[in-house]
Write a protein that binds this ligand. Structure first.
Ligand SMILES: NC(=O)c1ccc[n+]([C@@H]2O[C@H](COP(=O)([O-])OP(=O)(O)OC[C@H]3O[C@@H](n4cnc5c(N)ncnc54)[C@H](O)[C@@H]3O)[C@@H](O)[C@H]2O)c1
Length: 255
């Protein structure tokens, strides 16, 4: 098998539709020689149906990242399909409605806690659950939305992403000795289920399509997926704790 990820064994979380960023990552990864195991959350029959649209059939295991039993059994369940992992893709985010769309000042802690558990803490939990399979080192890659700024409607999800960006650096710090790299891709706005759940998301869409120096497609997940593949590959062997912007250059320009 040839390709950028030839011979790599990957665990890809976060597929719920074929618009999911994770779906593009899984598809491109297979096309580039990787063996892919997917995880699904909640609507397993839907995820299994979507998985059939990949170039190769991919096994799907159920993982709710807030469920300690799912995490504890993850390595054994992945081992039924592959004998180890070279990469893990965290493509997971969720915040209750109160935390989004301008609700920053009123969202209750219980809801904020859910957002942080699913979107931030899970980056570490998932990596640790997969660690027994990564004895030869490897790469963990996650997806963020530039958390260096406060965005109008992103609210607690923005705080969760700031935490994710920090968590990725700490994971890089703590797992570096084991040859494990941790990097994030900061994608521009893309029309996925997660994005559509954010009231006022169209503000991002208008800003990006109007101002990104390279232009920006709201429906093309491939640029973000390509960056994930690059970070999973052997072509970033000395890069960890990094955030690669795949946003048409939006982050680099002033108002
Ligand atoms: N769409 C965008 O504009 C955009 C931009 C930058 C970053 N991101 C990030 O990309 C990642 C993927 O999101 P997406 O846009 O592809 O949307 P998506 O809705 O397709 O994917 C989100 C995934 O999170 C999963 N998930 C939610 N709660 C979970 C839980 N408890 N356990 C396990 N999985 C759970 C869902 O099942 C879903 O598969 C997220 O981290 C998101 O914040 C998205």
């Amino acid at each position: 098998m040839s390709g950028l990820l030839a011979g790599k064994r990957l665990l890809v979380t976060g597929v719920i539709t074929d618009a999911s960023i994770a779906f593009s990552v899984a598809k491109l990864a297979q096309e580039n020689g990787a063996q892919v195991v997917l995880t699904g959350f909640g609507r397993m029959s839907l995820v299994e149906r979507i998985a059939k649209r990949l170039p190769e059939p991919a096994p799907v295991i159920e993982v709710d990242v807030t469920n300690t039993e799912h995490l504890a059994s993850l390595a054994d369940r992945v081992r039924e399909h592959v004998d180890g992992l070279d990469g893990v893709v965290h493509s997971i985010g969720f915040a209750p409605q109160s935390c989004l769309g301008g609700g920053f000042l009123d969202a209750p802690w219980e809801d904020v806690a859910t957002a942080l558990h699913v979107s931030t803490y899970s980056y570490k939990s998932l990596a640790m659950a997969a660690l027994p399979l990564m004895s030869a080192g490897g790469a963990v890659v996650g997806l963020t939305f530039d958390a260096t700024k406060a965005w109008p409607v992103y609210d607690w999800m923005g705080v969760a992403k700031a935490g994710l960006e920090s968590a990725s650096r700490y994971l890089a710090l703590h797992l570096g000795k084991q040859g494990i790299r941790s990097n994030l891709v900061a994608a521009g706005p893309l029309r996925t289920i997660a994005a559509k759940s954010i009231p006022g998301f169209d503000q991002f869409e208008d800003a990006w399509t109007g101002r990104a120096p390279l232009g920006w497609s709201l429906t093309d997940q491939e640029p973000a997926a390509r960056a994930c593949l690059a970070l999973l590959s052997d072509w970033f062997p000395a890069t960890t704790g990094e955030i690669v912007h795949v946003d048409g250059g939006y982050h680099a320009i002033g108002a």
